[in-house]
Ligand binder design. Structure first.
Ligand SMILES: [Zn+2]
Length: 415
């Protein structure tokens, strides 16, 4: 094969190979079927007043949150795909590209944050009116600032890295860049719990006692190595009840919100912990990281196919950001689909571990009322945003499990 043909074909071949690996990992690690589910029916377990309140909340929230979302996607696209992006870069009048690129990225990030500030504030006011948000406006603004700094740093690193690779290796920049991107995802996933999470919350080891012993025993029974249970001071922001597992290997931790420990009955907390152990037992964080690593490598190859040698031109930085926004937005439906299946499996795991479908159903009902979750989101909203099954779907899972393995659970709403 002649040299020009090889350089032209290589990214296509690499793209197909990495995409195939991505599809294989997604298809083989996602639990597509767990148990046959009855049709979800909110009116079995939610009173009319609860359903009305949850619908009213979403009705008041969605105009603002949707506007913010539209702005956060389309403003970067409009700037990046028009000559405006290059003009802004030139307007900076910075001679060195490695100064100009960070300034432009940070400025565009600030612009995006300021443009969505009014509608985000209105959305925050709604969550406040419903008692869901407890944080002060000062803390709210601080979180936005921290988010802007972290997001800017990440995007600056990506932009500088890609441009530097493309300047150094004109035609083959994408190969080392794709490998570096995949390695970076692995590193970030490993470091995230130690580097990012402490910027938002304080974590303390759960005090010794019967409840902590029960968690450790559940974990041991589940064959999941958990070294510590951490409590996050989530109550300074929210009344929402939650827990999660993050990282893997030596940074894997089970984190429970203080709101959960303080406000939920112990048998419900036990179920939440069992759900989180399910994520650990099935190596969901590891699989997610693997998918992220292949996804990052694929994105770099895609950039090569779309931009070619133009990648080395720092004046295209706004275009690069627009492509990143477009890519993450287009990938969200697939990520969410996989996430919903993985969450359903963790629910199923918690039922297998606790054999307590009655508490499971009561808890899903209560979590949904406390978190004011949407009971019946539209299809496009599900595709774009839903990382978990809806509460009625989760309750349907509890019922299906009870019918198959335990004692059937009657509807919570008696008529
Ligand atoms: Zn989960």
């Amino acid at each position: 094969m002649s040299e020009p043909n090889l350089t032209r074909l290589a990214p296509w071949v690499a793209g197909v190979v990495v995409a195939a690996a991505l599809v294989v990992v997604i298809v083989t690690t996602t639990p597509w079927h767990l148990i046959d589910l009855p049709t979800p029916n909110a009116s079995l377990d939610f009173t009319t007043a609860e359903i009305d309140r949850q619908n009213r909340f979403r009705h008041e929230l969605l105009p603002w949150s949707t506007t913010s979302w539209v702005l956060s996607v389309f403003v970067p696209l409009a700037i990046g795909f028009s000559p405006l992006g290059r003009r802004l870069y030139d307007a900076l009048k910075l001679r060195r590209w490695y100064f100009a690129v960070p300034v432009l990225v940070a400025a565009l990030g600030l612009l995006a944050s300021l443009i969505t500030l009014p509608t985000d504030a209105l959305a925050e006011r709604v969550t406040r009116n419903y008692g869901l948000s407890t944080e002060s406006w000062g803390l709210w603004l601080r979180d936005r600032a921290v988010n802007w700094v972290l997001m800017s740093l990440a995007l600056i690193a990506i932009a500088l890295g890609l441009i530097a690779f493309a300047k150094k290796w004109r035609t083959w920049w994408w190969a080392p860049a794709a490998i570096a991107a995949a390695v970076l995802v692995l590193g970030v996933s490993f470091a995230y719990p130690v580097l990012v999470e402490p910027r938002f919350n304080d974590f303390t080891s759960m005090a010794p006692g019967p409840q902590r012993d029960e968690f450790m025993q559940l974990a041991a029974q589940d064959g999941v190595p958990v070294k510590d249970v951490l409590v996050a001071d989530a109550s300074k922001r929210t009344t929402a009840l939650n827990a999660y597992v993050s990282g893997f290997g030596s940074t894997r931790r089970l984190v429970v919100y203080d709101t959960l420990l303080n406000n939920a009955p112990p048998e419900q907390v036990r179920l939440v912990v069992a759900h989180e152990l399910g994520h650990a037992a099935e190596d969901d964080v590891l699989h997610g990281t693997l998918i992220g690593a292949f996804g990052a490598a694929f994105s770099v190859v895609l950039l090569k196919l779309l931009l070619g040698a133009r990648m080395s031109d720092p004046r295209r930085t706004a275009l690069l950001l627009a492509l990143i926004v477009a890519g993450t937005t287009l990938a969200a439906p697939v990520q969410n689909l996989v996430s919903r299946r993985i969450e359903a499996r963790a629910d199923y795991h918690s039922l297998q571990l606790t054999k307590d479908p009655k508490t499971f159903i009561e808890m899903q009902h209560q979590l949904s009322v406390t978190n004011i979750s949407g009971l019946d989101p539209s299809r496009w909203r599900t595709w774009l945003f839903a990382t978990h099954p809806t509460p009625p779907e989760r309750i349907a899972m509890g019922r299906a499990w009870a019918d198959k393995y335990g004692t059937p659970v009657p509807p919570l709403v008696q008529r």
